[in-house]
Design a protein around this ligand. Structure first.
Ligand SMILES: [Zn+2]
Length: 234
């Protein structure tokens, strides 16, 4: 069974969806699912950076963990397996974007930087930007040390996206484990960049809780495939 989640927040002018294990992020299968030419799918080389690529007519693969463009006929994609996939759409200027936000990207404010780059390069106003945050590992299953929480908090500010150390996991002092929700942290970052709360949709699914439906890096203990988030004006 194919998992294709179409966030309603974007309306009908864009093609936008998140996938599960099937059809995953394989360009061949995505092209079929979206009824477009495989050559028109753009996937950056992801390296957990904070690099935002502004895509023009040069479709050669480059290192970036966020891509924005006003090109029509291109399907932008991002690949994940627990990390947070984010899709963006400026409804007034017809600019689209994808973001891969793991804890490193979130700690480097990659979503905020993407929104700022849309503003600088295309004149986007945050009020016009709609955002969909796809399935990722959530509070229930993402336990991190204080160092990770601290770096995400420095970028995000104070908010309800983590829980204090759980006694069963606590090793005492600062060595306890925290439940971190990167999807919510990214929502906070978008709101602090000026995007209205009502413009943001967040999936309520956890990839680790549904290993039958989604690839989960932590569930599989490392070796796994990738699902994706895709958006295009096609
Ligand atoms: Zn879970």
């Amino acid at each position: 069974m194919e998992t294709l989640i179409h966030p309603e927040i974007f309306g009908r002018h864009v093609t936008a969806f998140f996938t599960g294990k099937s059809p995953g992020a394989d360009p061949e299968r995505i092209a079929r699912a979206a009824s477009i030419d495989k050559q028109k799918i753009y996937l950056p080389i992801q390296k957990h950076t904070d690099k935002v690529l502004v895509l023009d007519s040069d479709l050669s693969p480059r290192i970036a963990d966020a891509v924005i463009t006003s090109n029509k006929g291109i399907l932008l994609g991002i690949q994940v397996a627990d990390c947070v996939p984010v899709l963006l759409y400026d409804v007034k200027r017809n600019v689209i974007g994808v973001v891969h936000a793991g804890w490193r990207g979130t700690a480097a404010s990659i979503l905020k930087k993407t929104i700022e780059t849309m503003r600088e390069r295309f004149g986007s106003f945050p009020d016009d930007i709609k955002i969909a945050i796809g399935p990722s590992i959530r509070w229930c299953c993402y336990h991190v040390g204080y160092d990770v929480l601290e770096s995400v908090e420095k970028a995000t500010g104070i908010g309800e996206y983590h829980n204090p150390p759980l006694p069963p996991f606590s090793k005492g002092g600062l060595g306890g484990f925290y439940c971190l929700d990167l999807a919510s942290a990214n929502k906070y970052q978008a709101v602090s960049a000026g995007v209205p709360k009502e413009n943001i949709w967040v999936s309520d699914e956890c990839t680790y809780c549904h290993p039958d439906k989604y690839y989960s890096y932590r569930f599989a203990k490392g070796t796994t495939g990738r699902q994706g988030g895709f958006i295009g004006i096609i």
